[in-house]
Design a protein around this ligand. Structure first.
Ligand SMILES: Cc1ncc(C[n+]2csc(CCOP(=O)(O)OP(=O)(O)O)c2C)c(N)n1
Length: 277
């Protein structure tokens, strides 16, 4: 989802994300090697290894932070958007979260506040069909689409195929223009599917059908975009091979960088943890 926003955001815009924030920070311009080092808890990471994967932030890139508390990034994002409106007109905030997060009080508080002050913000729901093992057809059974929750606050809500990069890009552009032009927030729902378990200890079985997982694998966003670019003659098979090889090489280098980086030293354990004026 986040990659679809990249062409339309400015360096000055703000991003907030969740425990699944690694791709989001890269979409906002984070370097893959420093992101990987943070994931590995190493000193060369964006937060010197102290945030790890779930709390990664990069204030110099206006990445205000990932948040491990489901929904908690939403009211924070509205606060950031208020600061954008008051201090940096023309700058916007984009807040990414999951389907389960739309059931938290924090979602309603954050969206209600943003609507009341017509803040420059885009709320992005990555509906991967499961909040742990609970599906939206259970946790949000009162609505047909999660973007319908925007209606309660008089906001536009858009649902797109979250695996279709072009559809996501179009929705992102529309919502970003809306926010930048002072027209307030939009809620975008991108429908996708979590192919793996919720975490490494979850085999992902028991709460979904194997055939649905297999179907989702074929609807992978990279496969879809590749097909489209090849069919429309935008790239050749050779370009595609090069893009894949470059991406693989970049990630291998990032892993190598993280593996070869030092652990944070015990003497630095309390540095950068507390703020004093
Ligand atoms: C307030 C809170 N409640 C429960 C948890 C435990 N928890 C971690 S991830 C998760 C599921 C979140 O689902 P969703 O918002 O759909 O995001 P996804 O993991 O699917 O990306 C839960 C319940 C938590 N971290 N925070």
């Amino acid at each position: 989802m986040a990659a679809g926003f990249t062409p339309f955001i400015k360096k000055e815009d703000y991003f907030l994300c969740t425990h699944r924030g690694h791709g989001v920070v890269v979409a906002k311009g984070a370097k893959t090697d420093m992101m990987m080092a943070e994931l590995f808890g190493k000193e060369t990471g964006y937060c010197k290894g102290k945030a790890g994967s779930i709390h990664i932030a990069a204030f110099d890139l206006n990445i205000v932070g990932a948040n491990g508390i489901v929904g908690a990034n939403i009211p924070i994002a509205s606060g950031v958007a208020l600061a954008c409106k008051l201090r940096k007109p023309g700058t916007i905030t984009v807040c990414f979260f999951g389907d389960g997060a739309t059931c938290t009080g924090a979602f309603h508080e954050g969206v209600s506040f943003a609507a009341a002050f017509s803040l420059p913000i885009v709320f992005v729901i990555s509906n991967n069909q499961f909040a742990l093992s609970t599906s939206p057809s259970y946790h949000s059974r009162q609505v047909e689409r999660l973007s319908d929750k925007a209606k309660g606050y008089g906001l536009p809500g858009i649902t797109v195929d979250g695996n279709d990069a072009v559809a996501v890009g179009e929705a992102a552009q529309k919502a970003i223009d809306h926010a930048r032009n002072g027209k307030g927030p939009t809620v975008i729902e991108g429908v996708t599917f979590r192919i793996y378990g919720h975490h490494l200890g979850d085999p992902g079985t028991g709460y979904r059908k194997e055939e649905d997982v297999e179907k989702a694998k074929k609807h992978d966003p990279i496969i879809l975009l590749r097909k489209r670019l090849l069919n429309e003659g935008i790239i050749t098979e050779k370009d595609d091979e090069r893009i894949v090889a470059d991406a693989r090489e970049e990630m291998e280098k990032a892993v190598e960088f993280a593996l070869n980086s030092r652990e944070p030293s015990p003497e630095d354990a309390l540095k950068d943890v507390y703020y004093s004026s």
